[in-house]
Design a protein around this ligand. Structure first.
Ligand code: ADP
Ligand code: MG
Length: 321
């Protein structure tokens, strides 16, 4: 488990992290989302000890991350693989040697049968067995990131830190990389922290997410809950507008989650109550293969109480706007 408690960090006068408190469970895929400059990369670098912080604590499996204790820090860093937006491969090395780099760094031999087995196994996992002797310049962006993922796994880490790992890739390639990360999480049990400014990334793979703005966590929870029923601040981040709603009658927003019933509630309501309404706004979103959504309807003032009671009886969450 990774525990951050009131972590504060500044660069000179610039306060970049203003008391971050989050807990990341083992085997979870945890997202950290926010705009550019929010402090996401700094936060990740504090977690793996590349950056010091002024106050608060960070522990990884009960072990404090302290830059002052280099020996312990290195052991902790061995537990954490990391991938970046720009892949950071060495152009003069082929794929095999790039993946082997962390082993080299730890003084391990990279051409023994065990090392070969390890590295070819990882290249199989990421789908690049046939590129073992290719140079980075011969690979596409998606393939480069796959090499970087294999490299990040070569020391058998418990945690994988991803800093904007798909931000340089187009949507189809991004999808494939995220599928691979999911598979690594599922099959190897590796905890993954995903830092991104892309909502699509969080929606596809994260089980929980923290929204970061100006160095503070403005919301935390399951992505489906935060996206379907955003707080004011999250809404501003998502730049979501519920359109121009009618200023006559009553606007009611309905929320459909995995706990909503499978009944066609809206048409049943129209029929059973004999009410008319117009649909003013709606969205449906896919979250790790479940669909969640929200709908704004406009009804006559006189029907309000009956409609709300009906929605309540059908366990549909609703809110008068
Ligand atoms: N090494 C540094 N020295 C000074 N300021 C920095 C340094 N690294 C980051 N910053 C500043 O800290 C803020 C947060 O940066 P960063 O963590 O990279 O944000 P994000 O990853 O969310 O885009 C930015 O204002 C950035 O300019
Ligand atoms: Mg960043």
């Amino acid at each position: 488990m990774i525990v951050l408690d009131n972590v504060r960090k500044n660069f000179g006068d610039l306060e970049v992290l203003k008391g971050i408190t989050i807990q990341i469970q083992d085997h979870e895929i945890y997202g950290i989302i926010g705009q550019s400059g929010a402090g996401k990369s700094t936060l990740l670098r504090c977690i793996n000890g590349l950056e010091s912080f002024q106050s608060g604590t960070i522990t990884v499996d009960d072990e404090p991350v302290r830059i002052e204790d280099q020996k312990k820090l290195h052991l902790l860093q061995k537990k954490m693989g990391m991938i970046f937006q720009n892949f950071n491969l060495l152009s003069r090395l082929d794929v095999y040697d790039n993946v082997a780099l962390p082993m080299k760094f730890w003084g391990m031999k990279t051409k023994t049968p065990e090392a070969r087995e390890k590295i070819t196994g990882l290249l199989n996992l990421v789908g690049l067995a046939d590129k073992i002797h290719a140079r980075p310049s011969e690979l596409s962006g998606g393939q480069k990131q796959r090499v970087a993922i294999a490299r990040a796994l070569v020391l058998d880490p418990e945690i994988l830190l991803c800093d904007e790992a798909t931000s340089a890739l187009d949507p189809t390639i991004t999808h494939g990389i995220l599928d691979l990360l999911s598979k690594i999480n599922r099959e190897m049990g590796i905890t993954i922290i995903v830092v991104t400014h892309q909502m699509e990334v969080v929606k596809q793979i994260c089980q929980r997410v923290a929204f970061i703005k100006d160095g503070t966590v403005i919301a935390e929870g399951r992505p489906e809950e935060l996206f379907v029923r955003p707080t004011k601040e999250v809404k501003a981040f998502l730049q979501e507008e519920s359109g121009h709603l009618p200023d006559t009658g009553v606007n009611i927003q309905l929320f459909f989650t995995d706990e909503s019933s499978d009944e066609p509630v809206i048409t049943m309501m129209a029929r059973e109550l004999g009410v008319d309404f117009s649909i003013c706004w709606g969205k449906l979103e896919d979250f790790r293969s479940s669909v969640y959504g929200s709908l704004v309807i406009n009804i006559n003032e006189k029907d309000k109480d009956r409609v709300l009671a009906y929605l309540d009886s059908k366990k549909v969450i609703s809110e008068v706007l």
